[in-house]
Design a protein around this ligand. Structure first.
Ligand SMILES: *Cc1c(COP(=O)(O)O)cnc(C)c1O
Length: 393
């Protein structure tokens, strides 16, 4: 390891937090303002409208000074009562964590089991809903992009399963690592509560999260009895900003205003297409590294559900993914995501969401390939050329 910090910009390829564009950094650096000042309030309302456009909803929005976990907690605490049953679709570490939170709040959490490398079989979800003729299940929780595995969940299929079984459960979705990265349509997909956060596709610092809430969910909220105050939608709805019990994080709103401006300037379609392009290049590199099957491989075994925001890379048995990460960080100033939960040491992750372009991805891939070589991790050399081929195809 170098005694001197490596120079040049750190290439930040984590799946969250993500790179913060300079213009957002500058926006956040503006002086403090009273959150009831007319100038701030106008900007606040503009941000709320912009966020609703991004979520593709005309229903309700509540914002929190909290990381994504706060909005997760708000989603459950506002909609349910102790003993209610929720069905969580297994995706990986994040579906497990959301379920664990539900249990801590007194909910009965049931899971539709799934292979982490492939994602859920929708027939199993339909069967679980069809079997619940007494409508014991009050909510279905789906993580759109499982950040730990790089496998995404097609949310319209969840809606289709609910509709096919005429099941009235509320549909909750986590879009924390997919909003602004993968297509998302709250109203068209019949989502009742969507959870989002600031530090992933929105390119902001950590500390702001939000929930889009449907009219049906707001109605269900009225009979929820899980104790809450800071996250209570009724409490929030009575305030001037219709959110925030406490001081409004004005600096983050300066950042959000700029984030939404950047996304709309590039156009959402352009942003999503860039994510797809860069993700394909990363997967092309990993497929090349896999060689004849003895090298590192894509953790995601279901090509149709490969995530456009993050790729998890599995190292062969007997090798340590964390050593690859340490070499990338210490020798090349490239920061990669770690394996989470049961994937610790087994995978490393390249985040390709947010403020990234081709040379940043190619530089990251080149550094990863060097780190694989230096650690003797099996791979077929030439992954970067495969990525270049993908980007110019
Ligand atoms: C990051 C993440 C979370 C947790 O959000 P925090 O901001 O870290 O609290 C939840 N779900 C998904 C899918 C995530 O990627």
């Amino acid at each position: 390891m170098n005694a001197i910090a490596p120079r040049g910009r750190m290439f930040f390829a984590n799946p969250g937090p993500t790179n913060i564009p300079d213009s957002i950094q500058h926006a956040i650096a503006r002086p403090s303002i009273d959150f009831n000042d007319a100038a701030f309030f106008a900007m606040y309302e503009k941000c709320v409208a912009g966020l609703k456009r991004l979520l593709k909803t005309e229903q309700h929005l509540f914002l929190y000074t909290a990381s994504g976990h706060g909005a997760w907690e708000a989603s459950m605490a506002n909609l349910f009562s102790a003993g209610d049953t929720l069905l969580v679709i297994e995706t990986g570490h994040f579906s497990e964590s959301w379920g664990k939170m539900g249990r801590a709040l007194g909910l009965n959490i049931e899971t539709v089991a799934a292979d982490w490398t492939r994602g859920v079989d929708f027939a199993a979800l339909r069967a679980a809903l069809a079997a619940d003729t007494g409508h014991r299940i009050k909510g279905v929780c789906a993580v759109q992009n499982e950040t730990a595995t790089g496998v995404m969940l097609p949310l319209p299929e969840v809606r289709a399963a609910l509709d096919a079984t005429n099941h009235p459960a509320l549909f909750l979705s986590d879009t924390i690592s997919s909003l602004g990265c993968l297509p998302f349509e709250m109203d068209a997909w019949g989502i009742d509560c969507v959870v989002g956060g600031s530090q992933k596709g929105l390119m902001l610092p950590t500390g702001m999260s939000f929930t889009g809430v449907s009219n049906k969910a707001l109605e269900a909220h009225k009979s929820s009895t899980i104790p809450k105050h800071y996250f209570d939608w009724t409490e929030m709805g009575g305030r001037r900003h219709k959110s925030f019990v406490g001081t409004v994080p004005t600096s983050l709103f300066y950042g959000l205003e700029e984030s939404l401006r950047l996304i709309e300037e590039e156009t959402l379609e352009g942003v999503l297409a860039r994510h797809t392009r860069l993700a394909k290049a990363v997967r092309a590199a990993v497929r090349h590294w896999a060689g004849n099957g003895d090298g590192v491989t894509l953790f995601c075994q279901n090509a149709e559900r490969a995530s456009d925001s993050v790729t998890a890379i599995l190292v062969p048995e007997g090798h340590d993914a964390d050593r690859v990460r340490a070499t990338a960080r210490n020798s090349f100033n490239v920061s990669l995501g770690a394996g989470l939960n049961k994937l610790a040491g087994r995978v490393f992750r390249i985040g390709h969401l947010g403020d990234l372009n081709e040379p940043m991805i190619l530089g990251t891939l080149a550094s990863v390939e060097m780190a694989l070589k230096l650690n003797g991790v099996p791979h077929r050399p030439g992954g970067v050329a495969a990525a270049m081929e993908s980007l110019t195809a």
